[in-house]
Write a protein that binds this ligand. Structure first.
Ligand SMILES: Cc1cc2nc3c(=O)[nH]c(=O)nc-3n(C[C@H](O)[C@H](O)[C@H](O)COP(=O)(O)OP(=O)(O)OC[C@H]3O[C@@H](n4cnc5c(N)ncnc54)[C@H](O)[C@@H]3O)c2cc1C
Length: 461
């Protein structure tokens, strides 16, 4: 190791991936991670449930298409310990269950046949969707509002009944106030010279032989983060748990004081991998402008309820991985994962079904409700959607407060501006993570790698 010292704030997937990348360089600097919780992983977390050794409380898989997550999985030796969903079929609930139509990309239909074959759209919605190839290409390109862009191109029904449930459930968002650039796949489709329909068709054709879209370590997503932490320690990195950073100061340019409850640590560079609203308080003395901009980033909260359903009441025809509820139909539940269908390794001793039920999103907070109310709301929605009336034997309720960053239109320009402010006022401080350039695990890892490269360049300079 060289004589430089890098501090990473936060041991979520972003902080861990950044530390691992830095320590994997030849002759790396010393790396210390400070984490306020008593465990690594951040929002990636699992616990025992209904006799299952560990059931994810949040993320249960990652996208394999972008290489960043798979590369790290292989680096930490989990390449052979992965599994993929047992079924690719899922539903949208609109008065009854409808399969999500094949031949769509994030809900955007790739052909007239796709649009016309789904009962999710009315005849008016199908006719409007069919006009998409005839609409001038510029329509929908000049806005960074995802809902507005998709409504302009595909019509309100495709947006509200297919695209919004899919994107909304991934990001706990309302697409009418979400950035187009926050969904790079859709931004790419809009930038093509062809119609969205032909671009989707072409993208789907390229995908055919590329293997499963999602993967997860067999023992749960938390094994991903604990394995990275183990590798970091093997490489000489230090991870301090239950060690919140209280403030960062810059006594002179290129030197930083990290204040913790145990004292002050000196370092040459900092990766801020804590969520924006936490980072805001830490950088007050570096730049009040940056602190205010970080504090202004918005986040949504969700509640995740795991519960068991007796097999005897389960509707046997529902063999898919779960369903989404479009915004106009939402009361409390936004999505339900049929975990026992989705993952072949999830079994309870009495063979009950395990469901993971998501409640709340941006604009529909639920986390302030007490456990009894949340469970009642979840069971009422399950009765309405699935027609099943039951009392679960096992229930686990997890509140994910302010855990889903909301990328409002203009978000990415604001992030670039923030980066510029840090480059000028505190050049050794680099931020990364879900609050900034992508919420899914592969995007967080890619952002962590970008941050690591910038840090290495800065301390080498
Ligand atoms: C319910 C839920 C389900 C999800 N499902 C999926 C999924 O299936 N697939 C997928 O790809 N993505 C999913 N995501 C998104 C993804 O898991 C997250 O975006 C990602 O894990 C965020 O990682 P991060 O490291 O950027 O932030 P975090 O995980 O929030 O980590 C930040 C860390 O910083 C620490 N910290 C904060 N302040 C301080 C401080 N002052 N000092 C020290 N430490 C501090 C925190 O304790 C935390 O550990 C899901 C998210 C949620 C909430």
């Amino acid at each position: 190791m060289n004589d430089k010292h890098v501090v990473v704030v936060g041991a979520g997937i972003t902080g861990l991936a950044a530390a691992l990348r830095i320590l994997s360089e030849p002759n790396p600097p010393r790396v210390t991670i400070f984490e306020s919780r008593n465990r690594v992983g951040g929002v990636i977390h699992a616990s025992p449930f209904a006799g299952i050794a560990s059931l994810d409380e949040s993320a249960d898989a990652f996208l394999t298409r972008t290489p960043s997550a798979m590369d790290v999985i292989k680096q930490v030796g989990l390449g052979d310990a992965l599994t993929s969903p047992a079924t690719g079929e899922a539903y949208i609930w609109r008065n009854e269950m409808h399969p999500i139509p094949h031949g769509t990309l994030l809900g955007v239909p790739g052909s007239l046949r796709t649009a016309w074959s789904t009962p999710i759209l009315s005849t008016t919605g199908k006719l409007r969707a069919s006009l998409e190839p005839l609409i001038p290409r510029r329509v929908g390109r000049n806005t960074d509002n995802l809902g507005a862009a998709m409504r302009a191109r595909c019509g309100g029904q495709v947006l509200e009944r297919i695209i919004d449930p899919l994107v909304g459930s991934i990001y706990a968002t309302d697409t009418d106030s979400f950035s187009v650039k926050g969904m790079p796949q859709i931004a790419d489709l809009l930038a093509q010279p062809r119609s969205l329909m032909s671009s989707v068709k072409e993208s789907l054709a390229k995908r055919v032989a590329s293997g499963p879209i999602f993967a997860a370590p067999l023992a749960g997503m938390h094994v991903f983060t604990t394995s990275i932490a183990e590798r970091i320690r093997q490489l000489g990195g230090v991870i301090e748990l239950s060690a919140p950073v209280r403030a960062i100061e810059q006594p002179k340019r290129g030197q930083y004081f990290i204040q913790t409850d145990d004292g002050t640590v000196l370092c040459d560079a900092v990766v801020l991998a804590s969520p924006a609203q936490h980072s805001a308080t830490l950088v007050q003395s570096l730049s009040t402008d940056a602190a205010a901009r970080l504090a202004a980033r918005e986040h949504a909260s969700v509640v995740m309820i795991a519960l068991t359903v007796p097999r005897s009441v389960w509707p046997q025809h529902l063999t898919g991985s779960g369903y989404l509820v479009p915004k106009p139909n939402q009361i409390a539940v936004t999505a339900v994962s049929f975990a026992s269908n989705k993952w072949s390794h999830i079994h309870t001793a009495d063979n009950s079904m395990v469901l993971r039920v998501s409640l709340g999103r941006d604009g529909m907070p639920m986390h302030h409700l007490d456990d009894d109310t949340l469970l009642k709301l979840a069971l009422a929605d399950l009765y309405w959607h699935l027609g099943i009336d039951f009392a679960p034997t096992d229930v686990r309720i997890t509140r994910w407060v302010d855990s889903f960053p909301q990328y409002r239109p203009g978000h990415f320009e604001e992030v670039n501006q923030l980066e510029h402010i840090f480059d000028v006022s505190a050049p050794g401080v680099v931020f990364a993570g879900a609050s900034y350039r992508g919420i899914g695990i592969p995007s967080c890892i890619a952002d962590a790698h970008r941050a690591a490269a910038r840090i290495l360049a800065k301390i080498d300079a």
